[in-house]
Design a protein around this ligand. Structure first.
Ligand code: UD1
Length: 418
């Protein structure tokens, strides 16, 4: 496992461009399975999770050409309909490939997905939705086999607006007979991006971005090219990095409306934020003020930005209260932050952060993707040297995080693991 060695105490200043969205790229790459031709995608981040997804597509029989953020996927000659366990294990969102394979062929075989350990993360909503679409599911020896003659459109009411389940239903029902309607659908911008991409391919999806999505089955998708949206979580991470270092940065980011809850909290904490011509400017005060947050499905405060804002609040004046409502295991970074001098107590879903005057560099380890990012931010603000170990978690979701931060004044070097 590799590490970041961070020399803390440097203000971030300068301009940074937000990469393509990880969470939008993954279902969009899956969508390319549904098009029995060539799909061209732009602005796909080159990170572990997109690499694994493309590796699975290659295994299925897709031909892939890659040139930086541009990816050409030819899905004409897919020969396999299963996902090998060692690839399925690599991350949670491999499960949405099942919906795409099913949508195209009416059959798929896969095991339970892996991913960051941030909670139980079952896939019951995905599987019960598949059943409603007329798919038979059997489970044997740790493998789930899904089969049907024809996917039949259905009304699916989700118990919880799961992002992955909403994407899986959309992907599985593109060629369904009749209409599929999802109620209590997830409303995240990544769902809108997936629907925009599929509609550009010729699909008929209405209502993405609201809690009712209607998919009318069509006969065939067509070739097209699509540019993936920018990553709202990366954007938010850079803003929190500026906030924790008392910095002053400009983000090249076209869709600040996707991170309104974070922008509001940063302003409440004393940052000055200006939005102008596809750029977001943030000027942080010397000392932030404490703020409270509750994570919620979109358009609420995103769980993926909980840890990075928490890390900034460790140095704020006053006590901040965080309530994590989405994943039950999302405070695994807390013992690591405590090693750096943070004062945090956890009571169930609630974290109480008492602001301290300083954090000090320490040897810490990433426990998951966003938990790892929050340790990097704490390291940027801490006195002395912080070593963040197990950065492989961070590399799953951030493209060149060290380089981008160094370009705006951070001092981070990578120590490669054996
Ligand atoms: C996606 C995002 C992740 C983000 C999360 C919530 C991707 C690749 N990942 O994850 O970064 O943190 O949305 O915004 O887009 N649940 C069930 N049963 C299911 C499915 C989900 O109980 O079948 C529960 C989960 O355990 C969790 C909650 O629903 O408590 C939200 O999960 P979900 O929205 O599905 O998250 P993901 O799609 O896994």
């Amino acid at each position: 496992m590799s590490s970041y060695i961070i020399e803390g105490g440097n203000k971030l200043e300068g301009e940074v461009t937000v990469s393509g969205s990880k969470n939008a790229s993954l279902p969009i790459i899956a969508a390319a399975i549904l098009n029995p031709g060539v799909t061209k995608l732009y602005n796909v981040p080159n990170i572990h999770d997109t690499q694994i997804t493309l590796q699975i597509l290659k295994y299925l029989g897709c031909k892939i050409k890659k040139n930086r953020g541009k990816i050409e996927i030819n899905s004409k000659n897919i020969i396999k309909k299963d996902i090998p366990e060692h690839l399925m294990n690599q991350m949670r969102s491999t499960v949405i490939l099942a919906g795409a394979i099913l949508g195209r062929f009416g059959e798929a075989k896969f095991s339970y997905p892996g991913g960051c350990d941030i909670g139980a993360r079952p896939i019951d909503l995905h599987l019960s939705a598949f059943q409603k679409l007329g798919i038979n599911i059997t489970e044997e020896y740790g493998f789930i086999t899904c089969k049907c003659d024809k996917i039949i459109g259905a009304n699916i009411d989700l118990d919880f607006p799961s992002v992955g389940a909403t994407e899986n239903i959309i992907l599985a029902s593109i060629y369904a007979q009749g209409v599929t309607q999802i109620t209590n659908a997830a409303m995240e911008p990544e769902i809108v991006d997936l629907a925009k991409c599929l509609n550009k391919m010729g699909a008929k999806i209405e209502g993405a971005g609201t809690n009712i999505i209607k998919i009318t089955g069509i006969q065939k998708l067509k070739d097209m090219s699509y540019t993936v949206m920018q990553d709202r979580i990366e954007a938010g991470t850079f803003l929190c990095a500026a906030a924790v270092t008392g910095g002053n940065i400009c983000l090249n980011y076209k869709t600040p409306e996707h991170i309104t809850p974070l922008l509001n909290k940063l302003e409440e904490a004393g940052c000055i934020i200006n939005i102008n011509d596809k750029k977001v400017y943030i000027k942080a005060p010397k000392k932030l003020k404490a703020v409270d947050i509750k994570t919620m499905p979109y358009p609420g405060f995103p769980t993926d930005l909980q840890s990075v804002l928490a890390s900034s609040l460790c140095l704020a004046k006053g006590t901040s209260v965080i309530v994590e409502n989405i994943f039950e295991n999302r405070y695994r970074y807390v013992p690591e932050l405590k090693k750096m001098g943070a004062k945090i107590t956890i009571e169930g879903k609630t974290a109480i952060i008492k602001g301290v005057r300083k954090l000090t560099g320490a040897n810490v380890k990433s426990t998951d993707l966003r938990g790892g990012a929050c340790l990097v931010l704490a390291g940027l603000a801490a006195k002395g040297i912080t070593t963040v170990n197990n950065i492989e978690y961070i590399l799953r979701g951030y493209e060149h995080l060290d380089k981008k931060l160094n370009d705006i004044g951070a001092k981070i070097i990578i120590k490669e693991g054996e």
